[in-house]
Design a protein around this ligand. Structure first.
Ligand SMILES: Nc1ncnc2c1ncn2[C@@H]1O[C@H](COP(=O)(O)OP(=O)(O)O)[C@@H](O)[C@H]1O
Ligand code: SF4
Ligand SMILES: [Mg+2]
Length: 363
């Protein structure tokens, strides 16, 4: 994959307090070494509980704030090295959709004015064609062309999020960062917006960075995932590896709280104790240790490094291999039961003509 957007070793520390007490108040390590890449037509999801640093990553990637360390490359160009004029030009290619469709749209502008603004700023189409392009943008996000004369308050939450998507699309970006794009919407509307994003991605080859505290939201759209905890990715990699074969206890806990739609598949729910600790005073060693059911003395003393997994991606846990071996032993037991169920099913219905008996191996 050639990456359109690449973030490498992003760090953002916020100094807390001011004046005399600045030093005493300490530093919030909101983002503490985050790397990922996303190509055309792909979505990188960043998941984790509230306060773990997701929105700070979004702001860093757009260069709305300056990083303490790290690099952001857009189509190979270092965004952080660009002069203001070049940065303005590059911004055309990376747009954002925020969580709150109420706060993020200017209430004093008509929809038409709001969509014309990026067309003018980036000289996307000739002035004579702007009117037509606004109608096109509205159509693409499933709204009536006559919406252009109306104000944001005349629309529902879901429609406003469609307007926010239309505004992001106006600049003809390569990348859209979606920060909790459906969290403020009714569940019934969430799927419509996610389907719209998926459809636009397919038609336009967009790259997405999709940020959410809700794994169910990103499950279907993500090609790769970073699971964030207190400023770091504790696990990352291709979506199917992270979602189907999670290795980190935190990922396993997050996933166990997502409903399993497949009949007959029961998941063991892991209840996460307590809240995310303050990033102002993160726990020693592995940041997750106070909430981890598998923590041992080493976890309190030594921060785990990210290690490569066989199926791609990384995991940062001292005990992941040991826990994996244990989980494999448990699922092998379930495998026996599945083989037995197939065998029983084979004997409860006659074989169809030409059908051979199922191969059943009991490992
Ligand atoms: N401008 C800022 N100054 C100080 N602390 C900040 C600032 N922005 C974010 N933080 C802190 O950084 C941490 C991560 O915040 P954020 O990126 O908004 O998390 P998330 O989006 O995952 O909920 C939080 O503890 C938050 O209070
Ligand atoms: S390093 Fe220790 S505390 Fe951290 S996730 Fe692994 S087992 Fe749990
Ligand atoms: Mg946020």
């Amino acid at each position: 994959m050639s990456a359109i957007l690449e973030a490498t070793g992003l760090v953002k520390h916020f100094a807390m307090g001011s004046g005399l007490f600045a030093r005493a108040a300490g530093v919030v390590k909101a983002v503490d070494g985050v790397s990922f890449a996303v190509g055309a037509g792909e979505s990188h999801a960043i998941v984790g509980e509230s306060g773990c640093g997701k929105s700070t990553v979004a702001r860093l990637v757009l260069r709305l704030i300056e990083p303490t360390a790290g690099a952001v490359r857009l189509e190979g160009r270092d965004l952080l090295a660009l002069a203001p004029a070049e940065l303005r030009a590059a911004r055309r290619h990376i747009q954002i959709v925020f969580q709150d469709p109420y706060g993020s749209l200017n209430p004093r502008m008509t929809v038409g004015q709001m969509l014309t603004e990026p067309l003018m700023l980036h000289e996307v189409v000739a002035p004579a064609r702007r009117h037509e392009r606004v109608a096109e943008l509205l159509r693409v996000v499933g709204l009536q062309p006559d919406s252009a004369q109306r104000y944001p308050h005349e629309f529902s939450g879901g429609q406003r999020q469609r307007l926010a998507v239309a505004r992001a699309l106006a600049a003809e970006p390569r990348v859209i960062v979606c920060d909790e794009p459906v969290s403020a919407l009714d569940v019934s509307i969430q799927a419509q917006i996610l389907n719209l994003l998926a459809d636009l991605q397919q038609r336009l080859g967009l790259a997405y960075v999709i940020i959410s505290h809700d794994l169910a939201v990103v499950h279907h759209i993500a090609t790769s995932v970073g699971v964030m905890y207190l400023g770091r990715f504790v696990e990352s990699g291709p979506s199917d590896a992270v979602f189907e074969r999670p290795k980190h206890p935190y990922t396993q806990a997050l996933l166990s709280s997502v409903p399993v739609p497949e009949p007959g598949r029961r998941s063991r729910r892991i209840v996460l104790q307590g809240d995310v600790p303050s990033p102002l005073a993160p726990p020693s060693g592995c940041h997750f240790h106070p909430r981890c059911a598998h923590a041992i003395a080493r976890c309190r003393e030594e921060a785990p490094l990210a290690e490569a997994k066989a199926d791609g991606g990384t995991v940062a846990c001292h005990r992941w291999r040991e826990l994996e071996a244990w989980n494999t032993a448990v699922t092998a037991g379930q495998g026996n039961r599945a083989a037995l169920a197939r065998l029983q099913a084979a004997f409860t219905r006659p074989f169809l003509p030409g059908e051979s008996p199922p191969a059943v191996s009991v490992a």
